[in-house]
Design a protein around this ligand. Structure first.
Ligand SMILES: *[C@@H]1O[C@H](CO)[C@@H](O)[C@H](O)[C@H]1NC(C)=O
Ligand SMILES: *[C@@H]1O[C@H](CO)[C@@H](O)[C@H](O)[C@H]1NC(C)=O
Ligand SMILES: *[C@@H]1O[C@H](CO)[C@@H](O)[C@H](O)[C@H]1NC(C)=O
Length: 400
């Protein structure tokens, strides 16, 4: 770990959150489970119709212009510390492209002079680095799952210009690392029917243990909890303003919130595309989330109605009025969960696009990076990372 201070900040910010272990598990599972690249996503999930086959065909056609050998080696030098566990370095399992087997290797010991690409974990870099390519075809990969609010280097063009490939939570990434890093079983679990209206507690479940997040969620929730005469009380199970008895810290968050009509899903920081597992856990559990996050959250949702968007309500009072309205109107409440029963093609197209980029049919992001690097060896291309992507920056203020 090159930058111990950054590690400390990360650990402070993230180990405190209950969702972290789930997220680590997803990473490990995604590595183990390989879904065969056939059939549309809808078919893989056992749902009718939907796009997918056309894209798959296109991917196949695209590959014909490359003349890969039956086995190809791709070596990616790991240049910084990271938080991704012992399975990160070494040969990535079962990485292929078309009929070619890729020996996709990551490691700190890989010689930077000959490596096909050098990989950097941006939160471990402290925003400063002198980076020189060792050979003309070498690529620089910058990776981050942490938000630009916590790591402003992500918003700094002078810093980000070094990278050829961005691998972050941003949709403009060449290889995104979404928190929606779900495989088929996990995507299918999102559509698990919720408990009935009557069965669920008329209360707002709140599980938060990072009480100083930049988004101000703890301050908002403190006010919500303190309001008088509530029809929808808050049950706080985390370290912030806890009002529920917790004897054993190993409770399963998704199982807990399944029993509630409403649950809090507020990000630790608010920046375009930064949507974490909190939202997906709530949607899976079938509680209606009170969400605080980026302006473009709608692009990620299966249905724009699936959340109660705190930024649109704007105050604890307006939130309470909305919660009471839904608690007293079963039909209006159930409309917020109607997406769970829709056909695949009736879900929002941008949600479907995100699913295509998840692990339903894509391999682990580390294998995806090896594929991009291998293609570049045969057909060099100029990549455009997020801050230089004019489509993406249209609604994103880039400072310099
Ligand atoms: C790799 O593929 C083989 C053969 O399909 C399978 O048995 C094995 O479990 C896979 N390994 C991983 C880590 O996915
Ligand atoms: C720019 O970002 C958009 C997502 O906003 C993405 O669809 C597009 O592929 C990106 N363009 C390039 C050249 O990477
Ligand atoms: C990449 O950019 C360079 C410099 O602008 C240009 O000469 C080259 O033709 C570009 N390559 C591709 C594949 O677009």
């Amino acid at each position: 770990m090159k930058n111990i201070n950054n590690l400390g900040l990360f650990v402070g910010v993230f180990l405190g959150t209950v969702g972290f272990l789930n997220f680590r598990e997803h990473i490990q599972q995604a590595n183990r489970i390989q879904i065969k690249y056939d059939g549309s996503t809808a078919a893989v999930l056992g749902r009718a119709g939907g796009p997918g086959d056309a894209q798959r065909q296109k991917a196949g056609e695209d590959l014909e212009v490359y003349h890969f050998k039956p086995v190809e080696d791709v070596n990616i030098g790991v240049q910084t510390g990271h938080f991704f566990g012992s399975d990160f370095e070494g040969l990535q399992p079962n990485c292929t492209i078309g009929n070619t087997v890729i020996n996709c290797r990551y490691g700190a010991a890989i010689d930077p002079a000959t490596a096909d690409a050098l990989w950097y974990h941006i939160p471990s870099m402290g925003g400063e680095s002198k980076m020189d390519k060792r050979h003309p075809k070498q690529l620089f990969i910058g990776m981050s799952m942490e938000s630009s609010e916590y790591y402003p280097a992500l918003d700094n063009k002078d810093f980000m210009k070094f990278f050829d490939i961005e691998s972050s939570y941003r949709t403009c990434s060449q290889v995104p690392v979404f928190y929606f890093d779900y495989n088929a079983q996990q995507v299918a679990a999102l559509f698990k029917p919720p408990r009935s209206f009557e069965e669920k507690k008329t209360a707002l479940a709140y599980v938060n243990s990072n009480c100083g997040a930049k988004s101000g969620r703890s301050e908002i929730m403190k006010k919500v909890i303190g309001m008088k005469n509530q029809i929808v009380p808050t049950h706080s199970w985390g370290h912030c303003d806890r009002n529920m008895p917790v004897s054993d810290h190993s409770f399963d968050k998704v199982e807990l919130i399944r029993g509630y009509k409403f649950c809090v899903a507020m990000e630790n920081s608010i920046t375009k595309d930064y949507i974490t597992e909190k939202l997906w856990q709530a949607l899976e559990a079938g509680c209606v989330p009170v969400y605080l996050g980026p302006h473009n959250v709608g692009e990620f949702l299966p249905d724009p109605e699936a959340i109660i968007d705190y930024s649109k309500l704007g105050s604890p009072e307006a939130l309470m009025t909305e919660l009471e309205r839904l608690a007293n109107d079963k039909a209006a409440y159930e409309a917020k969960l109607a997406w769970k029963y829709r056909k695949w093609e009736e879900l929002s197209p941008s949600f479907l696009a995100m699913t295509e980029r998840s692990h339903v049919r894509q391999p682990h992001s580390r294998c995806q990076l090896c594929r991009v690097v291998l293609k570049h060896r045969y057909r060099p291309q100029n990549f455009t990372t997020c801050l230089f992507n004019e489509t993406w920056t249209q609604d994103y203020p880039v400072k310099r």
